[in-house]
Design a protein. Sequence first.
Length: 292
Amino acid sequence: MLHAMPRNFGWIGLGAMGYPMAAQLRRKLPASSQLFIFDIDDSVLNRFTQEMSGEWSVSVLRSAKEISEQSDFIITIVPEGSHVREVYLNPENANPHAYPDLPSSTIDPSTSLVIGEAVSSSAPLSTTPRFYDAPVSGGTAGASKASLTFMVGTPSTDPNFPLLKEVFSLMGTSIYALGGPSLGLAAKLSNNYLSGMIALATAEAMNLGMRLGLDPKVLSDCIATSSGASWVNATMNPVPGVCPDAVTSRGYDGGFKVGTEFRNSDLVVTKIVIGTTYEERYYTRNGSGTTS
């Protein structure tokens, strides 16, 4: 059980979400803390260290195993379950003895449970490491502004939860204990299903209004105070120019890929009411149906 803020943090994965999250963490940790980072893309490692140079301590390591050997607290945010497995279960890469390990990736709950069991059984009981699923929501804008929601797979009575909440509060504003292992992922997948459907409906509603002669910004503002109000309309409206900070207004640079949403739809049971339409629409938009 951890009570105090760890000194050595490890971070694996500096993609569209991981990069701004890691930057927020490093800037807000005590100056005496150390952040060890690893990503398969050397260019992003170089960019991160240059951005942090001169003020914050950051060390680049060359494998997930090196991260685990140097860190007391590890956060991973990589694209898929296979990548999380590679980090924690491949004996050439993994040495899961840090306290705790927290994947913020959106993966299938069964993979998370398998990895959690492997991590927990990897050390003597007196020093048992803990593995928590802790997916996030809020998009790249939320990651950059440290306004993310963290969905943590643990009960609120977990003695480690106050520390988890303290760390996650450096990157987000809403931290929820969802009840137990893999339930953070259950909440994230449920949320993604809902937000994906709302995104489709918002796009169709905006298209309808524009075809009928409405200015898209005026329509969006009207919807924002009406019964159709949603986070998607207010922060990620699909019409370029309506939300200045949305990827749609920045040439679709960064943001949430259609392929990722299709993969998420494949992780949940979609045999419910409008689930088939949801899955078919993202499959069609993704071209061949791959998740690239």
